[in-house]
Write a protein that binds this ligand. Structure first.
Ligand SMILES: O=C(O)CCC(=O)C(=O)O
Ligand SMILES: [Fe+2]
Length: 620
């Protein structure tokens, strides 16, 4: 089959409705690399539903592109490169992109991501990959016009539908996938998103003082600042707080803080943003010891390449990736690095502030966000900036997905802020029970017992479910299930009803899989897939017990969420074959047992109060 060799064969498309900062950055990066994208939908209202964080309105993007390709229908050598606009930048020119694309031997290539979204239940249908990310991401793709059209025209799609789901269905249809030679860029050789950058930029911008998610962030954050100043304020020589209500723009507030530092005759200026989680308590001393004019600790989003510094810079002052960027970001190389940009946390020697007044050295810029503006001024003044990863200092918090409209929003942060999540929700003894020398407890034969969730974890789950409130009837008919029938029904709420199914699967993979491997040697080490996942509520006057049954699982996990003898009386789980019951269950402790054949079991009578457990049928 013909392979296009010419950059002029590549048609670049994006969809953007307005000139958000992310869009301007996208265009700048394109311009820098000589790329001229066709922008679809500009000036129109975004056809999105309520879910602004995700990709709703994606169907519209498909329909726009379909229409835009009509004139090219017969140009079979042309290649379409489609990307989202607000969270994408180009880091390679079209020639490099084209060459990489040709190497994949795909006729259609999509970006890949580590999570199966929006329907985690499709995960097992994906081909396994040895290396890299397994699941389709619809934010970036490219392919030859005929195959792209086949994909776009495979089914009709509503403007408000989810494009990722649409493309996922095409990909999971094996015959179709082979027919159009559709592949994923598993190792991100071509497609690397910079997730949610527009949110970072909008966070404190002046236009956004009312409504919208930024407002939530500001409110959420001010409580923490208040607590901090109340608790620790007296330990400082002076404290001055500028609140969101003051209406001060971010760059202005940052300028004022430099002036404040000078007014107090400071030696050094140390800036720490709310997204910088400094976990090394020697950070300030270590940075001062570097004896530099401007130095910051390297901070990354845990496990990601996203960091607070740039390895290189494009001509108009935006991000570019240096050869050694990833080695530094992943601590393969350690040291003190001269870099063109550092944000979020840095130390400035006051001699610099004395040398240049606020007219020259400030955070103000028309086009750049304040940290970028400041660094660009430092570059103009030939002040070298250094970032250190000589030791670990901390990490970056990711606010992009923080959704205060959720009950227990922190519970939903398991993907984006896993360190914080773990600290908050994983049992403090979890790790020690995983040690090779630790012998697992077995209250009944082949029923294993470990601490996994913290008190916050158990309380949050109960709160999520009780706030949602739509407990099932406990009857056999259950329209949440495929067959509409449950043989041994519990009164419960499924994780997916509170949008927690993908998070729960991640929890299973990260925290339950290691326990499974310790309990059942030689059983699969693939990512657990479980269905259903649900919280059960037992009460004497509702459902008080569960009759003997097998589970439709290879193994079942059963985590107690509250305290027998305090919150309820009775209850527990009895394994009939062994005439053995676990009645002294402990909140946050998980029981893991085979689901079928040997472990016929029942839920014992709750005689008083309310008993909650969370149950997953793993590998049904
Ligand atoms: O009440 C229990 O601990 C057992 C629950 C159970 O077996 C189930 O939900 O399948
Ligand atoms: Fe069961």
């Amino acid at each position: 089959m013909y392979k296009s060799k010419f950059v002029s064969d590549v048609l670049v498309f994006t969809v953007a409705t307005e000139a958000k900062e992310g869009y301007i950055r996208y265009l700048d990066s394109a311009k820098e690399l000589g790329i001229n994208p066709v922008v679809l939908g500009f000036g129109q209202a975004w056809k999105a539903g309520k879910d602004i964080y995700r990709k709703s309105g994606g169907g519209w993007k498909i329909n726009l592109l379909k229409e835009a390709l009509i004139p090219y229908r017969d140009e079979t050598d042309k290649i379409v490169l489609f990307t989202d606009a607000y969270d994408v930048i180009f880091v390679n020119n079209l020639n490099e992109i084209l060459q990489k694309f040709q190497k994949t031997n795909a006729r259609v290539l999509f970006g890949a991501e580590p999570f199966c979204w929006p329907d985690p239940e499709l995960a097992p249908k994906y081909p396994e990959v040895k290396e890299g990310k397994r699941f389709l991401n619809s934010g970036t793709y490219m392919g030859y016009v005929p195959e792209i059209l086949k994909l776009l025209e495979r089914e009709a799609v509503e403007d408000t539908a989810d494009d990722q789901l649409y493309f996922t269905k095409g990909y999971l249809d094996e015959d179709f996938r082979n027919e159009i030679q559709m592949k994923l860029d598993h190792k991100s050789e071509i497609f690397q998103n910079i997730y949610g950058v527009e949110m970072d930029l909008e966070l404190y911008s002046e236009e956004n003082k009312t409504g919208g998610p930024e407002r939530y962030y500001a409110q959420y954050h001010s409580g923490h600042v208040k607590n901090f100043t109340e608790k620790y304020g007296t330990e400082y020589l002076s404290v001055k707080q500028i609140t969101p209500e003051d209406g001060t723009a971010e760059w202005r507030a940052r300028d004022l803080s430099l002036d404040q530092c000078m007014a107090k005759n400071c030696d050094v200026y140390f800036s720490v943003d709310s997204i910088a989680a400094i976990t090394n308590n020697q950070t300030l001393r270590l940075l001062i010891e570097q004896n530099r004019t401007f130095v910051g600790p390297m901070l990354t989003r845990t496990g990601r390449a996203w960091s607070n510094f740039w390895g290189a810079i494009s001509k108009d002052g935006f991000y570019a990736r240096s050869d050694d960027y990833l080695d530094i970001a992943h601590n393969v190389k350690r040291g003190l690095w001269n870099v063109p940009y550092i944000g979020s946390c840095y130390l400035i020697n006051a001699t610099l502030l004395k040398r240049y007044d606020r007219k020259v050295l400030n955070f103000n810029s028309l086009h750049l966000d304040p940290d970028m503006a400041f660094c660009s001024k430092l570059r103009e003044l030939d002040v070298y900036m250094y970032v250190s990863n000589r030791v670990d200092f901390g990490h970056l918090i990711n606010y992009d997905t923080y959704d205060t409209t959720k009950t227990e929003p922190d519970m939903y942060q398991i993907f984006d802020n896993q360190k914080e999540w773990e600290e908050r929700y994983i049992h403090k003894d979890y790790r020690s029970h995983l040690l090779p020398e630790s012998v697992p407890q077995q209250p009944c034969p082949d029923v294993f017992w470990y601490p996994v969730g913290s008190e916050k974890f158990t309380k949050a789950l109960i709160n999520m479910m009780e706030t949602y409130g739509k407990w099932s009837s406990g009857k056999n008919e259950d329209d949440r299930l495929e067959g509409g029938y449950e043989a041994v029904p519990t009164r419960d709420i499924h994780m997916r009803q509170v949008d927690y199914d993908s998070h729960w699967h991640y929890f299973l993979k990260e925290y339950v899989l290691p326990l499974q491997l310790k309990s059942f040697h030689g059983y699969s080490n693939h990512t657990p897939y479980a269905k259903p996942n649900f919280v059960v509520r037992y009460r004497p006057d509702e459902q008080a017990f569960l009759k003997p049954h097998h589970d439709t699982s290879t193994y079942t996990i059963n985590i107690a969420l509250n305290q027998v003898g305090v919150d309820y009386e009775g209850g527990g789980c009895r394994f009939i074959r062994y005439n053995c019951s676990v009645v002294d269950t402990k909140p946050g402790w998980i029981l893991i047992h085979p689901g079928k054949l040997t472990h016929y079991h029942e839920g014992l009578h709750v005689t008083k109060g309310t008993r909650y457990i969370v149950v997953s049928f793993v590998d049904p």
